[in-house]
Design a protein around this ligand. Structure first.
Ligand code: ADP
Ligand code: MG
Length: 257
């Protein structure tokens, strides 16, 4: 499914990444996203992150993760080709809803939670931490389904390194253990997921989450889930597999998968 950039008909800048520019490229009937990362402009550490993003995204195949479509090096530029998610991101969807002053349907949100948990279960099962789970990095396809994207801060753990320790991410979505600078694992992504779930219900960030109260138009079960994800003690947070067993989500699976 490789598309040669020389044959492209149209190229439009759609995003300014932290490491590079993101273009929508149209070639005949196909369209795809190309993230262009100029390695000469980056520190050694940032170059490592760029390589990681490329290597990890390439290895992932999952219905709820933005699909890798090829790419590689053009001199000192790294191109990462991905499927185009035409619906924008969830941060924008949340903003739209807030502007209209209309909450999301809880049923629709359950579908998002289910898909995010399936994506996290898949990467966490491979000892991969996303480290930047937030509405900005959750993309909507034209069919309205969501996909987790932006693996720019991804970290792969191994037997020698069962925990990560670099403090990075987006502060408002960073877990207490990351903010405190102590080692962390996949439960840090679960905290960030909790921040997202809070935002889907409240239409605004809850940071610094001293007291988590989900708006009353969402069910008690949903509110309890958010609370359990935002437990300050990492080991007490459920993992993706456990969240998927909640009756609330089992029903979504029965109905939609
Ligand atoms: P960054 O590390 O800079 O946040 P992202 O991968 O999130 O990099 O890309 C930056 C922006 O480019 C996104 O916020 C989004 O607007 C756009 N973008 C990235 N990937 C896609 C995609 N697959 N489909 C649609 N838009 C995308
Ligand atoms: Mg991003």
């Amino acid at each position: 499914d490789e598309i040669r950039l020389e044959n492209m008909v149209e190229k439009k800048l759609i995003g300014q990444g932290s490491f590079g520019d993101v273009y929508l490229v149209k070639t005949g009937t196909k369209q795809l996203v190309v993230k262009k990362i100029d390695l000469t402009q980056l520190s050694i550490r940032s170059q490592e992150y760029a390589h990681n993003e490329f290597r990890v995204l390439k290895s992932l195949v999952h219905p709820y993760i933005v699909a890798y479509k090829g790419g590689g090096f053009q001199g000192r530029t790294l191109n990462i080709h991905m499927e185009y998610c035409s619906g924008g991101d969830l941060a924008n969807r949340i903003q739209d809803q807030k502007t209209k002053d209309v909450p999301f349907e809880e049923k629709q949100v359950h579908g998002w939670v289910l898909r995010l948990c399936l994506a996290l279960k898949y990467i966490h099962g491979r000892k991969i931490l996303h480290r930047d789970v937030k509405p900005h990095n959750i993309f909507l396809t034209d069919s309205g389904t969501i996909k987790l994207g932006d693996f720019g801060l991804v970290r792969v753990l191994n037997e020698d390194n069962l925990m990560a320790s670099t403090s990075l991410g987006t502060p408002a979505y960073m877990s207490p253990e990351i903010l405190q600078g102590v080692p962390y694992d996949a439960k840090a992504d679960i905290w960030s997921l909790g921040c997202c779930l809070y935002e889907f219900a409240a239409l605004e960030r809850g940071f610094p989450y001293t007291e988590v109260i989900v708006p009353g138009n969402f069910s008690q079960e949903y509110g309890n889930l958010v609370k359990s994800l935002l437990n300050r003690v990492a080991s007490r947070r459920p993992d993706a597999r456990e969240i998927l067993m909640l009756p609330m989500l089992v029903n979504v699976m029965g109905n939609q998968l």
